[in-house]
Design a protein around this ligand. Sequence first.
Ligand SMILES: N[C@@H](CCC(=O)N[C@@H](CS)C(=O)NCC(=O)O)C(=O)O
Length: 293
Amino acid sequence: MTEAAEYTPPKVWKWEQDENGGRFASINRPVSGATHDKELPVGKHPLQLYSLATPNGVKVTIMLEELLALGHAGAEYDAYMIDILEGDQFGSGFVEINPNSKIPALLDTSTFKPTSVFESGSILLYLAEKFKAFIPIDPARRTECLNWLFWQMGAAPYLGGGFGHFYAYAPVKIKYCIDRFAMEVKRQLDLLDKHLADNEYMCGDEYTIADIAIWPWYSVVLNNEAYEAAEFLDAASYKHLQRWAKQIGQRDAVIRGRKVNRPFGPPEDQLHERHDASDFETKTQDKLNPGAT
Ligand SMILES: N[C@@H](CCC(=O)N[C@@H](CS)C(=O)NCC(=O)O)C(=O)O
């Protein structure tokens, strides 16, 4: 384990392109906006999704698959993969939909003027309101659902950008940073565990966009699929959270949603582009490239 060198910040921070280091250093920039001209592909459905199967991306594909499973034909969608390591999020077409250059980004072409929706929480809320599904009708319950939705949007950067970054991706292991964010992540896990001891789902007995937002992040940590930190965080001790994560992970729409725009993992779980429900049977990587490993 390398120790961090002592650092005295200069008066004015400067971008040292080769020195900031760490995984994802190549895509980090201190400025916003497009770096190149690139139009986005457009399919035949009203909803066009430009994304990747990271936890933030998976929230939206699970939501769309859940809506379709409920019978909302208007939730049919075309999902195109955005390769964030290749800088697709900085192409002009993507930036037009999401000036923040991060997946997921959704374009609803069924509205009078096409509606751009970005930020995964905003996309979940947009779809929940559009289809009147996965959000409670009763105002008090609705607020409870939104409390947890916004909680997740605020909590995720501590889990991913804080803990995940310093534990798994930073070029040096810095005890101060790992301790600080491990403390916060364990507090979050304990909070969810206590809440789920008394509630089947995040909003009582109703499965909502709060579960759809929270599950992709916390289930991958519990199952050791992110950061390889399950043992370090003693994930097995959060029994109620484990029960909830397993229960949601068994839903058909969740199993389908996780496969969309996924360029990693077993080939049978990788559906790079999704344009039709039948693509899950015919267009996963094991079907398209049977010889590849
Ligand atoms: N708060 C945003 C975060 C989105 C986000 O961080 N997306 C990451 C992948 S999970 C991304 O696109 N990163 C590319 C980059 O930072 O350039 C949301 O929930 O939609």
